[in-house]
Design a protein around this ligand. Structure first.
Ligand code: NOJ
Ligand code: CA
Length: 683
């Protein structure tokens, strides 16, 4: 028998796990309820055997069966039993607010709120508050630790929040707690086969209901992973800090919001603004100094290994090479020029070499000051780069000076980088002990906000790679403009395996639900380092519309664009800041079509893309202004295009359309389509 061969320690561990995996609630007595404004969603709060739970239903159909709440705390008793409802109150909210930049100018924030206080009936008599905000397209809830004598220094060893999903479902997810922070291919599995997942995790039930599990306002707390306990029951798992516990805070404080977007289509799931609405309003005031824009840069050539980050004969960040990019940007109307490998410390194997980086000293062959002046004279801005290699304390020590330097030189957008294995971020508190942190632990949540706030003081916008996940904090800090946090184009260059044709159709309905991504599209040469890129040419253009970011890179080499001027035209023309976004069709992992209205003109742009299957989509143009005629510039797959063996088959056409037309969009296998609609004549 297997048990006999188990070591004692394994058996003890299993017993401990079983004890933790507490029984789900049985027939809790409902003590409070709240419904969404349109009575679509309902949350019921129950108590069974002195323990609190919550459940969620949609139009009367249970989706989340009664699920546990609570905390395991250090140096004190667990906070999840002997609870009674001490008070409850409800309120309603309906306001429309404006985004300084984004997918939509106006966002409606409409919910009913239920606030509850639970108090222990015996011993410590501690209290904990729970707040639920219920929208028609989702639910957010959080805990608030009140100011109370018995619980000041709160050390969280585990958050016990659970999600017990009722209907059988398929899940799209990437693993959490692994060596790479977020850069994985998406798994599509039955929900019962998920292990430990990052959020957003998206699921679809047999009836076509979509739920995305995520969080909002991750401030001074650990980012949450989703661990499957059994069946379709999940528990939040927080990455540990270098101190051993998961989170330490002084009360009073709120946790991040635990969120569930719930919609009857993939399109509606994307269109929900749940997490943005659960974040605090803008704390920075007017951020008109941030200009949504496109940029080029010394980047793809580094990934191709044509040039190197390291100094020496192959160094990419030279004055002459950068001038070439500045000239190119000026000629074709790009605002930014990113240069990586510009600073002292990139020599040798920079992976794991972060303590050598100097963020204020350029390499001798890179005339930073001269180049900033040269760019300025051409109406171009250098985009800064801070790769930390995961040596984050080392970086923090230089942060002020590094940002001052950029501010002085007019560098107002900075790309960050945290390349190191997950759990290996280097923290040095100056006490002689090096601690290791996770990319999404509490310490890094603090770090990212610190960088963003320091940058904001200097009117600099930030775009971290290998970041912490996006939880809608761009609403509060609108200089946190974009980030990576998934496999971007670099994996098409050298990833093993490379990004497959379904990758972007997965991203749209998972990672992209959390916010903008610096995917770095537009590789019109369709070649990586010794591997072909698994999209058609037209699909590279569609990415600019489908994968939202207020800064978009034209990532290919200048000489490649000059060989593909037809396709390049769309990259030059496409907008980056939107008045409105509509998802016209789509299925998770299969295909999507989006239309976005430019904020700065009357133009509309459409992007459509598919996985490895070709398809024909009928798209009504009813989103266009009624009564107007438009010129549609259509960048489409050629009739024989295929991601595998005919990637460059491509056509550009112009035709006149009206809002009553229905467009037939033909997508090749691994293909896409991009359209610019320009109105004819004035309104
Ligand atoms: C990984 C980033 O995703 C990539 O864009 C960057 O070029 C390298 N790190 C170096 O910082
Ligand atoms: Ca990366």
């Amino acid at each position: 028998m297997r048990l006999r061969s188990m070591s004692l320690s394994v058996m003890l561990w299993l017993l401990a796990q079983a004890a933790c995996a507490a029984e789900p609630p049985k027939n809790p007595v409902i003590v409070a309820s709240v419904s969404s404004p349109g009575s679509v969603l309902k949350v019921d709060i129950g108590i069974d055997e002195t323990r609190a739970s919550y459940g969620v239903s949609r139009l009367g159909v249970p989706l989340i069966r009664p699920s546990r709440l609570g905390f395991r705390l250090r140096n004190t008793e667990k906070l999840d039993r002997n609870l009674e409802l001490a008070s409850q109150s409800t309120s309603s909210f309906d306001q429309t607010w404006e985004q300084p930049w984004g997918e939509n100018r106006r966002v409606r924030n409409h919910y009913n709120e239920l606030r509850l206080r639970f108090t222990e009936t015996i011993k410590l008599k501690r209290s904990i508050d729970l707040v639920f905000r219920v929208f028609d397209d989702g639910v957010g809830f959080r805990y608030e630790f009140p100011d109370q004598p018995g619980l000041q220094d709160v050390i969280i060893d585990d958050e016990l929040t659970e999600f017990d999903v009722v209907p059988a479902a398929t899940a799209w997810w990437v693993p959490a707690g692994e060596w790479n922070s977020y850069e994985y291919l998406y798994n599509r599995t039955p929900l019962t086969e998920v292990g430990m997942a990052h959020t957003p995790m998206t699921i679809r039930t047999a009836d076509g209901l979509h739920i995305a599990f995520h969080e909002a306002a991750l401030v001074d707390y650990a980012g949450a992973w989703l661990r499957r306990v059994e069946g379709q029951r999940f528990r939040m798992e927080l990455p540990p800090s270098g101190d051993g516990w998961k989170v330490r805070r002084a009360a009073p404080f709120p946790t991040p919001w635990r969120t569930l977007r719930i919609a009857d289509s993939a399109a509606a799931l994307y269109q929900s603004n749940l997490e943005l609405n659960l974040n605090e309003p803008n704390k920075l005031g007017d951020v008109g100094w941030f200009k949504p824009a496109k940029y080029v840069g010394v980047w793809w050539e580094l990934h191709l290994e044509k040039t190197s980050w390291a100094t020496g004969a192959k160094h990419g960040a030279t004055t002459a090479n950068t001038k070439r990019y500045i000239d190119f940007a000026a000629k074709y109307g790009f605002r930014g020029v990113l240069v990586e490998g510009w600073n002292v410390g990139w020599d040798g194997n920079w992976f794991g070499n972060g303590n050598d980086f100097d963020f204020t000293r350029p390499t001798p062959d890179f005339d930073l000051e001269g180049l900033a002046a040269y760019a300025k004279q051409k109406g171009v801005h250098l985009v800064g780069h801070h790769e930390t290699g995961g040596a984050v304390s080392h970086y923090e020590a230089q942060l002020g000076g590094a940002l001052d330097l950029y501010q002085r030189l007019g560098v107002d957008v900075v790309k960050g980088g945290y390349v190191t294995d997950d759990g290996q971020i280097e923290r040095n508190d100056g006490d002689g002990v090096i601690k290791r942190e996770w990319h999404d632990g509490q310490w890094m949540a603090r770090h990212h906000l610190h960088v963003v706030q320091e940058a904001a003081k200097r009117r600099i916008a930030f775009n971290p790679h290998e970041p912490i996940k996006d939880t809608g904090l761009r609403r509060t800090y609108p200089n946190w403009i974009s980030r990576e946090g998934a496999r971007g184009m670099e994996f098409a260059c050298w990833g093993n395996p490379p990004n497959p044709p379904e990758h972007e159709a997965n991203l749209v309905f998972t990672r992209m639900l959390s916010g903008p991504m610096d995917f770095t599209p537009g590789i019109v040469s369709l070649e990586g380092r010794k591997q072909a890129i698994q999209t058609t040419l037209a699909k590279q253009l569609a990415l600019y519309v489908v994968l939202y970011s207020p800064i978009q890179m034209a990532a290919d080499l200048p000489e490649n664009y000059e060989k593909q001027l037809d396709a390049f035209r769309f990259i030059r023309d496409v907008a980056v800041d939107w008045d409105r976004t509509l998802v016209l069709n789509g299925e998770v992992g299969d295909f999507v079509t989006m239309a976005r209205k430019d904020r700065n003109s009357e133009d509309w742009f459409l992007g459509s893309l598919t996985d490895e299957h070709g398809r024909v989509l009928e798209v009504p143009l009813s989103f266009l202004d009624p009564g107007r005629r438009y010129v549609a510039e259509i960048y489409r797959d050629g009739d024989k295009a295929h991601w595998k063996d005919n990637r460059f088959d491509f056509a550009v056409e112009k035709r006149e359309v009206t809002p009553s037309d229905v467009l037939e969009i033909k997508l090749a296998a691994g293909g896409g389509q991009a359209i610019r609609f320009t109105p004819k004549g004035r309104k």
